[in-house]
Design a protein around this ligand. Sequence first.
Ligand code: OFO
Length: 164
Amino acid sequence: MANVNQKIQKALNEQIQHELGSSYLYLAMATYFYSQNLDGMAQWMRAQAKEELAHAFKIYDHLIERGIEVQLAALAEPKKSWNSPLEAFEDAYKHEQFITSKINELYKLAMEVSDNPALVMLQWFISEQVEEEASVSKVVETLKMIGNSGSGLVMLDRQLGKRE
Ligand code: OFO
C-alpha cells in the first residue's frame, strides 16, 4: 500500500469516475446529435468523449505509478435527450463548471496534505479546464447568435465536424 494520504487516494479515485462520467455524458450527447442529423456536432462530442477517457487514464496512470489502489465505481446512466442543440451545449458547459470545481477541490486537498506529485499532475488539469470551459462556452454563444436560423445551424454543424 502506498504511503499516500487516504483522503487524496479516495478523491483521486473519485475523479477517475467523474472523467469517465464526462466521457459517458458526451457519448450520450453524440448519440442525441446523430438522432437530429447533426453529424458534425456528434463528431465534436465523440472527440470530446475520447478526450475525457484520456483524462481518466491520466489519473489512472498516476495512481498505478504511485502504487495507489485503483477503485473503480459504478457510472450513472447519462441523460439521453435534449430539447435543442443549445440546451445540450449549455448542459455540457454546466458539466465542465462542475468538473472544474472538483479539480479545484482536489488541488486544495493536495495542498493541505502536501501531496506534491498530485499537485503537479493537477496543474495540468487546471489549465485543461480553462480550455474546456472556453471551447464549450464559445459554442453556446454561437448557438445563441444563430437562434432559429437553419442555415446558421448547418454551418456551425459543418465547422464542429472538423474536430479530429
Ligand atoms: Fe475532463 O475535462 Fe471535461 O469534463
